[in-house]
Design a protein around this ligand. Structure first.
Ligand SMILES: Cc1cc2nc3c(=O)[nH]c(=O)nc-3n(C[C@H](O)[C@H](O)[C@H](O)COP(=O)(O)OP(=O)(O)OC[C@H]3O[C@@H](n4cnc5c(N)ncnc54)[C@H](O)[C@@H]3O)c2cc1C
Length: 385
């Protein structure tokens, strides 16, 4: 098998399992205290400042970062366990999720010492949220075509343009934005891009909501009109934005949130089928669980490779492709097997989770890179360019 597709089987160390128990106890206490109700896709749209802060206090944000930046120097496998348990519980983690998963990791890798000292401790406390600033009205899969432009000025840059589909921008303090710092050159499409940390409270920044068909609000359009960005908010090097942006996407694609977004529904489906269903329904649900088991093993291997300092972008793309299809299939199987009236305001937990899963499903295979783009990455990585 091609080396890039090899996913060595990983077993979680004993102390990671002890940590799992700790997280489960915390979640059980929170559920008992009614601080949250399990939701599908909770990492994208279920927000609670209070819950993020509690996770920060327990040391479950910025887990792998150095202690001197407010991190906890734990392993990627320990982080995997905490992430997995929070998703399985459908907990309200959207506030800090992006900052913990990718913005903090990017600042740690490419940021200046001052940026690390200033941002990472606040993120690890669960008090500072970031949003992804990649897509634009005319740039999605083809990110090299972004046209928001930062022009040099005294002591900084002036930014004009916009970002689209920014999940959580209305709650976030900062955006990491990929923008042009020199005009587009058709011969060198990936050149001339840079990444900046944008303070979303800066004059000239407007965050406009884009409501989902459910009326929910997690997306936004963010407009920049002559926004001043001080020099010390540049991340990494001027012109290195493409390479840095691709590294950011590797953090974005590799986690268990790419197959667990509908887990709360699957858990309820198992209960329904256990109590009252024919053997064909049980077989269909059993097949979902077998797929979940395989995906989980693949994702764990990716976490193991990250722990060894390897960036397994091809394997991560595979997990995301298979995992997001699985998330959709959970919703579709539940819909076909169980007669119900899904509604986000239903009194039945099953119907509520069904409605969330069905309504969020179309986005699973788009966000963080579409299926076609991921398959392109796998094909190029395996067959060559
Ligand atoms: C729920 C959700 C949350 C999101 N959150 C954010 C966020 O926080 N920040 C952010 O920046 N963006 C965010 N996005 C945007 C997301 O990254 C883009 O939707 C995605 O990259 C696709 O871009 P597009 O929508 O412009 O589609 P396009 O790029 O226009 O693609 C349209 C179709 O063409 C196909 N296609 C395009 N190029 C190729 C190709 N080369 N080969 C084969 N097929 C191709 C695609 O696969 C797709 O099916 C979010 C999207 C969703 C659904």
């Amino acid at each position: 098998m091609h080396k890039a597709l090899q996913l060595p089987v990983k077993k979680l160390p004993e102390d990671a399992e002890a940590l799992r128990q700790e997280v489960r106890e915390f979640i059980a206490e929170e559920l008992k205290a009614n601080t949250f109700e399990p939701q599908c896709d909770s990492w994208l749209g279920y927000f609670s400042e209070e819950f993020s802060r509690k996770l920060g206090e327990r040391g479950w944000i910025g887990m792998t970062w150095p202690k001197k930046y407010g991190g906890h120097e734990r392993t990627a496998l320990e982080r995997f366990v905490v992430t997995e348990e929070l998703l399985v519980a459908g907990a309200p983690v959207a506030g800090h999720w992006i900052a913990d998963r990718q913005s903090g990791a990017l600042i740690l890798r490419y940021g200046t010492e001052k940026q690390r000292e200033s941002f990472l401790p606040k993120i690890a406390k669960g008090e500072c949220y970031f949003v992804i600033g990649l897509s634009e009205p005319n740039s999605g899969s083809d990110l090299a075509s972004v046209s928001s432009m930062a022009k040099r000025t005294e002591n900084g840059w002036i930014l004009n343009g916009s970002k689209l589909w920014t999940s959580g921008a209305h709650h976030s303090h900062y955006m990491i934005a990929l923008v042009r710092t020199s005009p587009r050159d058709p011969e060198k499409r990936h050149d001339g891009l840079s990444q900046f940390i944008i303070d979303l409270s800066s004059p000239g920044v407007t965050v406009n909501p884009i409501r989902l068909m459910t009326g929910e609000h997690h997306f936004n359009e963010v407009l920049f009109e002559d926004v001043f960005i001080p020099d010390d908010m540049l991340i990494g090097e001027v012109g290195n934005g493409w390479k840095q942006g691709m590294a950011e996407l590797a953090y974005e694609r590799s986690g268990p949130e790419r197959f667990l977004s509908t887990y709360p529904l699957l858990k309820e489906l198992v209960k329904v089928v256990e109590n009252d269903a024919d053997k064909y329904a049980k077989v269909a649900v059993g097949q979902l669980i077998a797929r979940l088991r395989t995906l989980r093993q693949m994702s764990l291997s990716v976490a193991g490779l990250l722990e060894e300092g390897i960036t397994p972008d091809i394997a991560a793309s595979l997990v995301k492709d298979l995992g997001t299809q699985f998330e959709k299939d959970v919703a579709e199987t539940a819909r076909l097997l169980i007669s119900s009236s899904p509604s986000t305001s239903s009194d039945s937990q099953f119907e509520k989770l069904m409605a969330q899963a069905i309504l969020h499903s179309p986005g699973f295979t788009l966000r963080g890179g579409t299926t076609e783009i991921l398959r392109g990455i796998v094909a190029k990585g395996v067959v060559g360019r």
